[in-house]
Structures are given as structure tokens and as C-alpha cells.
Design a protein around this ligand. Structure first.
Ligand code: PLP
Length: 429
């Protein structure tokens, strides 16, 4: 098998730079993402390098994915040794890591006895499973439960079922008709929820902290109200923690933290993905209690790859590392400090989030489109951040981010905003 030892050698990209590679990208990859910003070639910790050799501080973590940063030695070791032992078995078989991860997730979710886990490969797939679970809460022949409630601003993924739960018209419209019965209610309005939910509703699907709309936590009391309303009506309470889960907020799950206002909330189902595998693709649906866990019967759902030995080993390694290194507390501390400092940066008007899931808005006097300009200026200056809205920025860095690293960004931010404002043809408001 020749001298080839790395994947990079297989594509003979050595010596090529961002520009040539992106031209090749545009000639070979589907255009759904537009042209990516850079070609990244390696990383370590919170740092990545592009094909031109330029270094970046990664404050986005692959969108809340790289919890342990890049090329974490422990995760790399566990994944490599698992792949070298047994990589894939199909779901005619199971593996110790699959069982172990299911047990671990149930423990971290403080799930009651009878609770169960289904493994998928992504966030949208975890939500597809949740959608099918909701359909099985079918009601009776006289009163079928045909409705599913989601919220305005919700993002639940891009496959057809998850897309039906997603609110954004621009994502939905080109693909209609979508699976039916989904209604979107005003964000954070418990009265609207109370009014909508009755015995025709199969499930209410919520992100405790909406991520894609710019990191927007449910208002105080909403989650508790949603739990009471759904329990009363016999509807499932399904929490999409694809972005907020797996330690990102300083708790294993956001529903265990601030957004629940110190209440002990037991949902009916929770979905996870993004940070769970530390960069290795894996998704999960956790169902709480035996009644809900029995809704999907043998043969009613499946996946070829879901929960394979490598993916579940990656997730076990990630969770173990987060726990053993105290990274939840670290994320909570660094996140609180960072949010506090962000709030006093000129031009920043609102800071939201929990732990290291952070969104902030720039002054409304800036022209719309300022946020993408800040992202651009940040990239030039060696920082990876993201603009989920025209005046909104998001940070979801590796949970190992240090205060010093965060401080580097904070020191640079005022000038980035000024540069972006100038590019947009406007002075600081
Ligand atoms: C990213 C995300 C998804 C979709 O996850 P994919 O892995 O991209 O399919 C679903 N829900 C939420 C809340 C997300 O942030």
C-alpha cells in the first residue's frame, strides 16, 4: 500500500493553498453551503490552521461540536484503538461501548427506571426519531393526536421531519409539502402554549436555548409551564438539546440548568448530537420512563450506522474527559466571565446564553449585515466566530477554552466592530 500514511496524502493536496482548493471545491461539491470561508488542514486544542498556514483561534468549535478542542489526544487514542479493534457491526449486533454509552447518558440525564436510548448519526436524525416517537403518541380513534407544537425561531434540522419542526420559511418552503400537523407558536409565551395544547396534541418540541436564531434561552418559568401543560394534556415534552446538551452550558443538559430556573424538570424525551462525540458524528434520542420508551416498538425505527462501536466510544471518551477534567464547571466559569466582559464592549447591546453557548447582539443603529462583516474581520484577524443573524454573533468554542484565549478575542473585538462598521459605511453609533 505504498508510502501513503495520511488521508491528506491520498488527495495530493500538499503545497496547494486556500484559493486553488476552494476553486476545486466549487467544481466538485454541491453549492448548498456556498463557498466555505477557508480550507482548514489541522488543529490542536482551540487552534486551527488553514491551507495558507494562517492560524485561527476557534471560538465556534465546529458549531458547538468540538467540546474537547481539536486533536484531543485522549479522544484520538480511544477512537483509534476502537477502530483498530472493531469498527462497525450493524444493529443485528451490539457492542460494549454502545451499551455503556446508553447507560451513561441515562445516568447523566437522571432518567427514571424504564428510560431508554436510541442512537443516530446526527442531530436531524435524532429529531426524526423524536418525530416518529411523537407520532406513536397517537391518541384514540375518537381523539387522534395529530398535532405537534414547536416554536417560532426553532431549528431542528434539515431532513423532512425535522424540517417540518423548523420554523424558518426560507428553509421550509422549497420542500413543501412537509410532514403535516406541525404548528409554530410565539416564542416564550406560556399562555399561547396553554391555549394550543389539548388532547389532540402528540408532542411539544422545544429547544431550552434556541441556538440557530442567535442563542435565545426560553424565558424563566416557560419550561416548567410547558411540563405542566403537556403532562396535563397527555402530550409529550420533547427537548431538542442537540446544540445545548452534552455539557455545553455547564450542565450535562440545559434543562438541568438556569433555563429551568432551579426546577427539577423531567422531560419525556431529549435529543442530543453536536458536542456528544467531540467531533465524531453521533446523535441520540433519550426517552424517559417505560411508557414513553415503549412507544417505538421493534421494527418501527432503525439505522445502519447509528450507535456503532467507534461513534459510541468517541462519545464515551468525550463524556469521560469532560467529567474527569472538570470541564463543565470550567465552561460555566469561563462562559460567565466572557459574557460579563462582552456586555461592556462598545456596540454590544445584549449578551445571552449559558456556559459556553453565547450569543450577543450589536447596536440596532449599525446597518443590518454588520454581524457577517464582523465575522469577516475576525477571520482576517485570526478568530473564528459566527453570525446567526444580521446583527447577532455566536460563540460556541471548545469547552477547554481558557480565559487568556477568550481575553485575546475580547481585546480584539472593539476594533473588529469598528472595522466592520467602516466596511458597512457607518461609524460607531
Ligand atoms: C444543529 C442542530 C440540529 C441539526 O443537527 P445536524 O447534526 O446538523 O443534523 C438540530 N437541532 C438543533 C437545536 C441544532 O442546533
Amino acid at each position: 500500500m505504498s508510502e501513503v500514511q495520511t488521508a491528506a496524502q491520498l488527495v495530493e493536496f500538499e503545497g496547494l493553498h486556500n484559493q486553488e482548493l476552494l476553486a476545486r471545491y466549487n467544481n466538485s461539491l454541491m453549492g448548498v453551503f456556498g463557498t466555505p470561508q477557508r480550507v482548514l488542514v489541522r488543529g490542536t486544542g482551540c487552534t486551527v490552521w488553514d491551507a495558507d498556514g494562517k492560524e485561527y483561534l476557534d471560538l465556534l468549535g465546529g458549531i458547538a461540536v468540538n467540546a474537547l478542542g481539536h486533536a484531543d489526544p485522549f479522544l484520538t487514542g480511544i477512537v483509534s484503538s476502537q477502530l483498530a479493534t472493531l469498527g462497525h457491526v450493524s444493529n443485528f449486533f451490539t457492542s460494549p461501548t454502545q451499551i455503556g454509552l446508553a447507560e451513561k447518558l441515562l445516568e447523566l440525564a437522571q432518567a427514571p427506571s424504564g428510560s431508554r436510548v436510541f442512537f443516530a448519526n446526527s442531530g436531524t436524525e435524532a429529531n426524526e426519531a423524536a418525530f416518529k416517537l411523537a407520532r406513536r403518541n397517537a391518541g384514540t380513534a375518537q381523539t387522534p393526536r395529530t398535532r405537534i407544537i414547536a416554536l417560532e425561531g426553532a431549528f431542528h434540522g434539515r431532513t423532512m421531519g425535522a424540517l417540518a419542526l423548523t420554523a424558518k420559511q426560507a428553509y421550509r418552503e422549497p420542500f413543501e409539502p412537509l410532514p403535516g400537523g406541525v404548528e409554530h407558536l410565539p416564542f416564550g409565551d406560556p399562555d399561547a402554549l396553554r391555549e394550543a395544547v389539548d388532547d389532540t396534541v402528540a408532542a411539544v418540541v422545544l429547544e431550552p436555548i434556541q441556538g440557530e436564531v442567535g442563542v435565545r434561552p426560553l424565558p424563566p418559568g416557560y419550561l416548567k409551564a410547558a411540563r405542566e401543560i403537556t403532562r396535563e394534556a397527555g402530550a409529550l415534552l420533547i427537548l431538542d438539546e442537540v446544540q445545548s446538551g452534552a455539557g455545553r452550558t455547564g450542565n450535562w443538559f440545559a434543562f438541568q440548568g438556569e433555563v429551568a430556573g432551579g426546577e427539577q424538570i423531567v422531560p419525556d424525551a431529549v435529543t442530543l448530537a453536536k458536542g456528544l462525540g467531540g467531533g465524531f458524528p453521533i446523535g441520540a434520542l433519550i426517552t424517559f420512563g417505560d411508557e414513553v420508551s415503549g412507544l417505538l416498538a421493534a421494527g418501527q425505527h432503525g439505522t445502519t450506522f447509528g450507535g456503532n462501536p467507534v461513534a459510541t466510544a468517541a462519545a464515551l471518551a468525550t463524556l469521560h474527559s469532560l467529567e474527569a477534567r472538570g470541564l463543565l464547571q470550567h465552561a460555566a466559569d469561563v462562559g460567565a466571565w466572557l459574557r460579563g466582559r462582552l456586555a461592556s464592549v462598545p456596540g454590544v447591546v445584549e449578551v445571552r446564553g449559558e456556559g459556553l453557548l453565547i450569543g450577543f447582539d450589536l447596536d440596532a443603529d449599525f446597518p443590518a449585515g454588520i454581524a457577517p462583516q464582523v465575522v469577516q474581520a475576525a477571520l482576517e484577524a485570526g478568530f473564528i466566530i459566527n453570525a446567526p443573524g444580521p446583527r447577532t454573533l455566536r460563540l460556541a468554542p471548545p469547552l477547554i477554552l481558557t480565559r487568556d484565549q477568550a481575553a485575546r478575542f475580547l481585546d480584539a473585538l472593539p476594533a473588529l466592530i469598528t472595522t466592520a462598521a467602516a466596511a458597512a459605511g457607518k461609524d460607531m453609533p
